[in-house]
Each structure stands twice: as structure tokens, then as C-alpha cells.
Design a binder for this molecule. Structure first.
Ligand SMILES: NC(=O)c1ccc[n+]([C@@H]2O[C@H](COP(=O)([O-])OP(=O)(O)OC[C@H]3O[C@@H](n4cnc5c(N)ncnc54)[C@H](O)[C@@H]3O)[C@@H](O)[C@H]2O)c1
Length: 267
């Protein structure tokens, strides 16, 4: 796995799931990690486990929709660990509703977390990332969690897909803007397929309920059969990709998207 020795990372939505596993792997790869989330107890447990294994991490309450929380999280990283090299915009929410079913309030919540959260993180971490980049051969890095639903259309989750499509193109535009300004902040996205996390379960439940059932087992079976590699993803499949994009091994990558989906979008 790529190394992150001497780097400092801030990961949103890192109490559990893909973000939690990314925090663990980043610490294992040598980074100091700030774990941000709205699930304070779970986030503190994640940090305690990392530190018990010999890593260095801190928890911060970070609601990605609030600019004050972002400022405090960046300040914690620079105050406690001296700088910020890596931002992972991982926090996200899912809503398994169609265009005619979703309410305006639900849509606004989806946009607030999945899009406003990514914008605010990028804007408010940029000064610290830019500063750290000055003393790093390969610059600083932002990794945004998009989705396969941000590359191809989604029959079942059109609104979630719209937010992730936004993250896909924002990633490219931010890479171009920061490149033009000479900031030396690489910005890339990762596009997971279906991953077994709480959110993965929510996607199965939404599909089951649409078919009039609460039984997710047949849905899981059907979805697994659509994956060319023959299994669902696990958080570590994605976390390894995030560590790579954040590392100096990806030093010539910016504005790119890494698809980690067991071949789902190859068809
Ligand atoms: N699981 C999948 O199949 C899948 C597929 C493609 C993309 N993704 C994306 O990967 C990312 C991580 O998802 P996951 O599967 O680990 O889901 P998850 O639900 O297990 O984790 C998401 C985390 O984000 C946090 N979060 C939610 N709202 C927040 C807010 N306002 N501020 C801060 N944190 C907040 C949650 O508390 C949780 O810890 C998301 O952006 C998701 O859209 C997941």
C-alpha cells in the first residue's frame, strides 16, 4: 500500500463505513488523522481504536453543512498536528426515492450534505492545503467520494445520482481552478460501486421496499449477480484507492476519477 508518512489528513464522515476504514488505513500508512463526523460516540470509538493500534488521530464534531465546523476541524488539524496535507470529502447521505416521491426538504438535505459539504470542505481547507503543498514535492491532495451513480444514470436513485454527478464534475473543475492558481493541490474523485456499509444496506432496503418487502436478502443476491467480479465491495476496497489518490504515488493525477466497482460500469 502507498505510504503517507509525515502527512496530516482530515476525513469527513469518518466515524464508520468507508471513511472509518480510510482513517484506519491512513494511520497505518503513517498519517496523522483527524476524524470528523456528526456521530460523536462512534467517531470517538474509531479514534480510540486507531490510537490503541499505535496510530495518531483526533476526533472533531464536524457537520459538513456548517462552515463553522469546518473551520474548527481545519484548526484542529493544523493546531494539533502542525499542518494539513490531505482532505477526504467522504461524508454523504443516500435517499432511495424517485423524482415524484422525494420532498423538497429531503432534496435540500441531500444537497446540503453531498454537495454543499464538499464545496465548504474544499473552500475552507484550501488555505491550509496550499500552505502544506509549499514544502511537499507532490503537493497536497483532496479526494472526493463520488459514486458510480455520479458517472452513469440511475434508474432507482436519480436525486442521489444528481448530487454525485455534481461531485464528479466539481472535482475536475476544482483541479483546474487550483491548477490555474498554482496552488499545487491535486483534486481527484473515487467512484465506488455497491459497498457493504450502513449506506449499502440503505440502498438494499430502498430497493426491497419499492418491491413491497422489507427483506433485503433477495435484493442483495440480485445486485451481487450484476457485479462482473462476482461480489459486493467492502470498505477496504475503497479505502485503499483513497490512500493511493492521497499519496505521492498519485503525484501526477489531478482532475481524475478512480472507479472501484468490480466492473459494474464496464458493461
Ligand atoms: N456504500 C456504498 O455503496 C457507496 C457507493 C458509492 C459511494 N458511496 C459514498 O461513500 C461515502 C461514504 O459512504 P458509506 O457507504 O461509508 O456510508 P455510511 O452511511 O456508512 O457513512 C457515512 C458517514 O457520513 C456521516 N455523515 C452523514 N451526514 C453528515 C454530515 N452532515 N456531516 C458529517 N458527517 C456526516 C455519517 O454519520 C456516516 O458516518 C458517501 O459519500 C457515499 O455517498 C457509498
Amino acid at each position: 500500500m502507498s505510504r503517507l508518512d509525515g502527512k496530516v489528513a482530515l476525513i469527513s464522515g469518518a466515524a464508520r463505513g468507508i471513511g472509518g476504514e480510510t482513517a484506519r488505513l491512513m494511520a497505518e500508512a503513517g498519517a496523522k488523522v483527524v476524524v470528523g463526523d456528526v456521530l460523536d460516540d462512534r467517531g470517538r470509538q474509531t479514534v480510540a481504536a486507531i490510537n490503541a493500534a499505535g496510530g495518531q488521530s483526533e476526533y472533531v464534531h464536524l457537520d459538513v453543512t456548517r462552515d463553522k465546523d469546518w473551520i474548527a476541524a481545519v484548526n484542529l488539524a493544523t493546531g494539533r498536528f502542525g499542518k494539513l496535507d490531505i482532505l477526504v470529502n467522504n461524508a454523504g447521505v443516500f435517499i432511495g426515492k424517485g423524482i415524484e416521491e422525494i420532498s423538497l426538504d429531503e432534496w435540500n438535505r441531500l444537497v446540503a450534505v453531498n454537495m454543499t459539504g464538499v464545496f465548504l470542505g474544499t473552500k475552507l481547507a484550501a488555505p491550509a492545503l496550499r500552505e502544506a503543498a509549499k514544502s511537499s514535492e507532490h503537493g497536497s491532495a483532496i479526494v472526493n467520494l463520488a459514486s458510480v451513480a455520479g458517472i452513469v444514470g440511475s434508474q432507482l436513485d436519480p436525486l442521489y445520482s444528481m448530487t454525485k454527478g455534481g461531485v464528479t464534475l466539481f472535482t475536475k473543475s476544482a483541479a483546474l481552478e487550483f491548477g490555474r492558481k498554482g496552488y499545487r493541490i491535486r483534486v481527484n474523485s473515487i467512484h465506488p460501486g455497491i459497498i457493504q456499509t450502513d449506506m449499502g444496506e440503505q440502498t438494499f432496503m430502498a430497493r426491497a421496499q419499492r418491491a413491497g418487502s422489507n427483506d433485503t436478502a433477495p435484493v442483495r443476491q440480485n445486485v451481487t449477480e450484476t457485479v462482473p467480479w462476482g461480489r459486493l465491495g467492502v470498505p477496504t476496497d475503497i479505502a485503499k484507492g483513497i490512500v493511493f489518490l492521497a499519496s505521492d504515488d498519485a503525484g501526477f493525477m489531478t482532475g481524475a476519477g478512480l472507479v472501484v466497482d468490480g466492473g459494474m460500469t464496464a458493461t
